[in-house]
Ligand binder design. Sequence first.
Ligand code: FAD
Length: 319
Amino acid sequence: MAEVLVLADHAGGRLRKATAELLTLARRLGEPSAVHVGPGADTAQKTYAKYGAHKVYVVDDADAGSYLVAPQAEVLAQLIEKVSPAAVLIPSNAAGKEIAARLAIKSGSGLITDAVDVRAGDDGAPETTQSVFAGSYTVTAKVTTGTPIICVKPNSAAIEASPEAGAVESVDVTISDAAKAAKITDAQPKKATGRPELTEAAIVVSGGRGTGGDFSPVEEFADSLGAAVGASRAAVDAGWYPHSNQVGQTGKQVSPQLYVAAGISGAIQHRAGMQTSKTIVAVNKDEEAPIFELVDFGVVGDLFSVLPQATAEVKKRKG
Ligand code: FAD
């Protein structure tokens, strides 16, 4: 069975959820092999095995984490040469998409970004469901040139464990000086909120201009559900919420199980970041608001009245 390379998304060996999702999806296409660049492979080993990695390629360059994305693209390009994988799966986040684009050029391969599903097509080759043109269309796509390189949005697959022996193989790769040209000199951790990371969260509650700058009902509802908080660009531009929480074309792309939009009209640029969410709920006091065209459930009402009631109900049910 052909190998499927999965680029691990980790911080010093602490794997992000997207890696387990990609390993789960990779099993549909062949035998998953995790690619771990940087330190911490020992810490991550158990998790790789738990989610079905037959092999873990480790580039244990203590320095690798200090550089931007270029070394990871070089590692993957050299592994493509070495093992001719059936596909390479990479998280569809800002760094992942840049790595994938560099890799596609280096290996002369086709690239699919923002996939929300990956499976083996009738001919056995990877087939994806993909969001294109800023989320305006969802299409079925296939790579027809080179090795399929596929960026998959976080939350696209339910994680399933499938323990494998997970042999570790150290890979000898050469990282060029050019790939090390830009070095990270300082990194400030984000202020801890206790909430999940926006792109990884199973539930996202977002607020827009309709909040008038008061995000407390949005945050309280999010906290009752253990959700992340998102914001429309109007709310971010007004300085009501940090840019790192912006959802949309020029913000983050999210694909949670549940997305709640409160006081958000549903502009195309906002939809681009959330319309692949599995279930969409909107609270808006204007029944003509465009957001209601794409929701599964809509509540016409004032968010300052609806959200506190929903929060109280969730808390009551949780006991
Ligand atoms: P509005 O469109 O003003 O809507 C506010 C809504 O709140 C209205 O529907 C109103 O009925 C409702 N409301 C008001 N009060 C209440 C209340 N008390 N209770 C319930 N509902 C209430 N936007 C993004 O979000 N993300 C992006 O990444 C993004 N990128 C962009 C990129 C470009 C190049 C451009 C040109 C625009 C981009 N935009 C983006 C902006 C986008 O076009 C919209 O302007 C923006 O999404 C509007 O935000 P909003 O829905 O919060 O505000």
